[in-house]
Design a protein around this ligand. Structure first.
Ligand SMILES: Cc1ncc(C[n+]2csc(CCOP(=O)(O)OP(=O)(O)O)c2C)c(N)n1
Ligand SMILES: [Mg+2]
Length: 572
């Protein structure tokens, strides 16, 4: 029996059969048939209405990171798609698998200057791995399938299907074969001879190191990483995106390395390492503190990456292990023999000692008695104590990122701290926390935002409120675009320009969108407010005033070096 369905119904059914039942978006003129098909299937499909297409993409992005599946975002032609693009640069750069669905103008109107007309294929070309336009309804199931394959094969990323409004209405009897969403789709192994050479180099080293990036999370290779670290006795650092690849409270963790949010001892260890295994990281200037940790010259660098073009790109001459992180780590487990006992004990003791020293130095005992400003590190540590381990943190750029990267310790191996570091777009945390809350029901969700980011994304506070999501937003108010102000402070002789902001009453803003909100002027107040919000099933915002980075310097290695008269402005 051949069922006749519209293109819109085929689209909804294709998503459902692929197991993609949550999607984020905002309606528009050319997409109303799609909405009607979603309405008819509202018993099985969850459509999350956002207030801006950019934030819908950010919600889908965070949802995909938390679930390690494909995130789905939809928008309509014209203003909808152009706004949507604003949320796609980050997942494209950060290798997050997304399915992008957009409606387009009627095919007969092409070239007429129709309202909302734009070449969507060209628009998406810089922020998707793959994009196609449906030219008839019967193509839709196959296009969804192809887009999902593009999003999840090799290095993942966004893939888009564009559907003109007449194609959404066209009828077809095509059957839906069912699309696969397994992620990663393929798990290739690396060349065995190179794996043996890598194992040999790691074994011979006096000071071996591993740096794990987000590819480790994408591959769900947490167990294998721990096994390699434990078996071979190798300290493990992560990039910010790889944070939580290994339990940060465990014996082999060095915490985050690089130019933003690194622990000083992680950077120091990597700077002097003689064999370094990079896993699923682009290892760019920020991840490596301008190629100092590890340096390009000196150590034997081994790079696991599923993308052959990436393995070795930033470390010429390195040993490329092209393949899926989990598969290649399993190969390494086979190739590595147990490490020598002297090295193992020496390294383990060094890591333990440095971690204890770091924790001790981070504890600021003096209360800020005379001012209502809090120290960002204290805020992070207070939240960590209250939130426990079953928590997801989503952090905006600016003050939250370096502090959460350095001071938060993820106690389980999992992707539980999301800092958008593909591009570091401001305004991610408010919508991102919504995606995380929908991905992880029952878990505490903390969104760390700033005065700059709040202004960009506050509309989504209404979404959090409407969906009654138990998100606790903590806002770091410093009255400036502090990060940029610090660059001007250090490298442009304090010629501040375009960085000082007028005040926003964050508490009033949040209340206006329906949240419970309060300002904390002491750590005790912060704790009380946070605990009170934890007991409710709706979102809240707590505003804390912090010094800007020119006054209290965050854990940003090049800035700390510049203040000691060492090193110039970092080149990204
Ligand atoms: C969408 C976007 N625009 C511009 C930037 C460049 N940028 C990086 S940090 C920053 C200032 C951040 O200010 P705020 O959010 O208040 O955080 P603070 O550094 O003050 O804590 C800017 C403008 C960016 N990261 N994202
Ligand atoms: Mg600010």
């Amino acid at each position: 029996m051949h069922v006749e369905r519209t293109g819109a119904q085929l689209l909804v059914e294709s998503l459902y059969q692929a197991g993609l039942t949550t999607l984020f978006g905002l309606p528009g003129d050319t997409g109303i048939s799609f909405y009607d098909a979603l309405h008819a299937r509202r018993d099985r499909m969850r459509h999350v209405l956002a207030r801006d297409e950019r934030s819908a993409a950010q919600m889908a992005d965070a949802y995909a990171r938390c679930t390690n599946t494909v995130g789905v975002v939809e928008a309509s032609s014209g203003g909808g798609t152009t706004y949507l693009v604003g949320g796609l640069g980050e997942p494209y750069a950060a290798s997050v698998p997304l399915l992008i669905l957009t409606s387009d103008i009627h095919r007969a109107s092409r070239g007429s200057g129709a309202l909302t007309e734009i070449d969507q294929g060209r628009l998406f070309s810089a922020v998707t791995r793959w994009s196609a336009t449906a030219s008839s309804a019967h193509e839709i199931p196959a296009l969804i399938s192809a887009a999902l394959a593009a999003a999840t094969t090799g290095r993942p990323g966004p893939a888009s299907v564009i559907i003109p409004e007449d194609v959404l209405d066209e009828r077809s009897t095509v059957t839906i074969a069912g699309a696969e969403t397994v992620h990663p789709r393929e798990r290739p192994a690396a060349d065995e001879a190179l794996v043996r050479a890598a194992a040999d180099a790691l074994q011979r080293a006096r000071r071996p190191a591993i740096v794990a990036g987000s590819g480790l999370h994408l591959s769900a290779a947490w167990g294998e990483l721990e096994q390699v670290a434990e078996q071979a006795g190798i300290p493990v650092a992560t990039t910010i995106q790889g944070k939580g690849s290994i339990a940060e409270t465990g014996p082999w963790s060095l915490g985050v390395v690089g130019a933003n949010g690194a622990r000083d001892y992680a950077n120091a260890y990597l700077a002097g390492a003689d064999a370094v295994l990079l896993i699923g990281t682009r290892a760019n200037a920020t991840d490596t503190n301008s190629y100092q940790s590890p340096p390009r010259e000196g150590p034997t660098v081994i790079q696991i990456d599923i993308d052959a073009a990436r393995a070795g790109r930033n470390f010429p001459g390195s040993l490329p292990l092209v393949g899926d992180a989990r598969t290649v780590l399993r190969q390494l487990v086979q190739a590595l023999s147990p490490s020598d006992a002297e090295r193992r004990e020496r390294l383990r003791a060094w890591v333990a000692e440095r971690r204890q020293a770091w924790i001790a130095s981070a504890t600021r005992t003096a209360p800020h008695a005379t001012t209502s400003e809090l120290h960002p590190a204290d805020v992070i540590q207070a939240i960590q104590e209250l939130a426990g381990n079953d928590v997801v943190v989503v952090a905006d750029p600016g003050t939250p990122t370096p502090y959460v990267a350095a001071y938060w310790e993820t106690a389980v191996a999992a992707r539980r701290v999301l800092c958008p570091r593909g591009h570091g777009p401001m305004g991610y945390a408010i919508p991102g926390a919504i995606g995380a809350a929908l991905a992880c029901p029952g878990r505490t969700i903390v969104g760390l935002t700033t005065d700059g980011s709040l202004a960009m994304s506050c509309g989504e506070l209404e979404t959090a409120c409407r969906l009654a999501l138990p998100i606790i937003y903590v806002q770091f108010t410093n009255g400036s675009f502090g990060w940029i102000k610090m660059l001007q402070h250090l490298y442009l002789d304090r010629r501040y320009f375009g960085v000082d902001l007028g005040p926003i009453d964050a508490v009033a803003v949040a209340r206006g969108f329906g949240l419970q909100a309060a300002r904390a002027t002491t750590l005790d107040e912060l704790r009380q407010i946070f605990r009170a919000y934890q007991r409710t099933a709706r979102p809240g915002l707590v505003d804390v005033v912090v010094a800007d980075p020119t006054q209290v310097v965050p854990p940003v290695a090049p800035w700390q070096a510049a203040l000691k008269g060492q090193g110039g402005r970092p080149v990204y």
